[in-house]
Design a protein around this ligand. Sequence first.
Ligand SMILES: *Cc1c(COP(=O)(O)O)cnc(C)c1O
Length: 402
Amino acid sequence: MVRTPAAVRDAERWTAHNYHPLPVVISSAEGAWLTDVDGRRYLDCLAGYSALNFGHRHPQLIAAAHAQLDRLTLTSRAFIHDQFADFCRELAELCGKELVLPMNTGAEAVETAIKVARKWGYQVKGVPAGQATIVVAEGNFHGRTTTIVSFSTDTDARDDFGPYTPGFRIVPYGDLAALEAAIDDTTVAVLIEPIQGEQGVVVPPEGYLPGVRRVCTERNVLFVADEIQSGLGRTGETFACDHEGVTPDMYLLGKALGGGIVPVSAVVADADVLGVLRPGQHGSTFGGNPLACAVATEVVRLLATGEFQHRSAELGARLHESLRALIGQGLVAVRGRGLWAGIDIDPALMTGREACERLAERGVLAKDTHGSTIRLAPPLVVTAEELDHAVAQLAAVLAGAR
Ligand SMILES: *Cc1c(COP(=O)(O)O)cnc(C)c1O
């Protein structure tokens, strides 16, 4: 009995239509593979938008979660728990920073950074009250809150959700002169993604990130790097900023930090920045809870071995080489770093959505982003053979349309 169509219908019947999922209904997963309600297997080439960098149900992460569930799950930050200090210390060390502020979702980490940057601006930089500005980039994706969509340039994300939060200046991504020109005495931060994931895995021109670092230092502005999707091994380094030897003032982390098990996000910075917050000024009921800390500590330990960054770099080179071979065969462009690729399909052939539907029929799950662009981001535990298989299925989908 094929259960998928009924299960798809049921899922659509009872939910707001703020997503347009592929018509697959998953019931279990392990490593890089998903299994649907009818027992069909799919190679996961999205990895939960990089929340599953270590694959589904990584044994070390599952063991940490099980052990913590049997001991303690929540205290709130009103009390200290025994998983808290190790998590904060180990994550701070991974980032080369002094302090950690844990939250839950990526959007909350971004909101936290905005609040911290503004308070830093008023208390340390001396910006006149209520005047703080933050420079952001066109094509950004930083989350879905009302403040964050206020500075989105994606009409779907932004339209009809106003009134919008003021205090943001939008400049073209990758244009250092425009960024510098947007900074004045009211500017407290530059908030950018070191690679724009949702925009289609857009890598800025070489020298841009070091340039942003230099300008921020010269103008006494905080460089806030949203590494929620690009960080934690995805690009072949711990952070996408590492490729150009750049250290931001604040790292924003999320997605993979929770090991694909629980939502965990964090702002990581030095004491001269995060130290502006005093008790009562910011918080979260679930932020830094024992289960989150237990899982995220193991995530940090996996990353501290360097194994996943290494895999991502090596396998990423293979992925990009085989994808580039499809340029002219139905692909028009390939971007990205490590096990992260944005590919543009010839729009005359099909949309990104259609390509993803055909890939799903061939047992490979990926997600389109804008128009004819697909993002490929398999878990970092994927093997070379599995990658070759995914690219072969893509080649077959393209060949079928030509
Ligand atoms: C996913 C994402 C966010 C938002 O994270 P949520 O957990 O969905 O709130 C913010 N920034 C970037 C770069 C992201 O990819």
